[in-house]
Ligand binder design. Structure first.
Ligand SMILES: [Zn+2]
Ligand SMILES: [Zn+2]
Length: 150
């Protein structure tokens, strides 16, 4: 098993044999509120990760206006993954970097919503592309080209 992780209380866990397609740092205010911090999400196809445990689902409109689903451990209420709106990213899940047991080698290559970034944060060396807003077409292209290298 290449990656494993889960919530704080360990009721919920996940495992996968592959690296994320793409790791994205989202600087938007909505993510800041839902995480209490900065959202660094590791993107996978839904079928690439095995999820185990119970979640509660919170639905909210993202920056695009479409409905995202945030899934929280039913016991400790840590957000363990997000399902982006299918209109934006069909069949994808985003797992917070902080939920991984081992984070070595997991670095964001793309950051989005740069205009809402906390002013004291500098640009990380690992970030190759920065987008204002959600940069959807650009982001999807970057994602597809990164598929070959994982
Ligand atoms: Zn938990
Ligand atoms: Zn965001």
């Amino acid at each position: 098993m290449k990656h494993q992780g889960g919530c704080h209380c360990q009721q919920f866990s996940f495992e996968t044999d592959i690296d994320p397609m793409l790791i994205v740092q989202c600087n938007c205010k909505s993510c800041r509120r839902i995480t209490g911090s900065i959202n660094i999400g590791c993107l996978y196809g839904e079928t690439e990760v095995k999820f185990m445990g119970e979640t509660n689902v919170y639905e909210f409109a993202g920056g695009s206006g479409f409905i995202n689903k945030a899934c929280f451990c039913s016991k400790c209420h840590v957000r363990v993954y997000n399902k982006p709106a299918p209109e934006v990213m069909e069949g994808m899940v985003s797992i917070p970097l902080g939920c991984f047991n081992k984070t070595e080698g997991l670095v964001p290559k793309v950051e989005i919503w740069s205009e809402e970034k906390l002013t004291f944060l500098s640009k990380s060396e690992c970030v190759l592309e920065t987008f204002e807003g959600n940069g959807i077409p650009e982001r999807l292209n970057a994602l597809l080209s990164s598929l070959e290298t994982r």
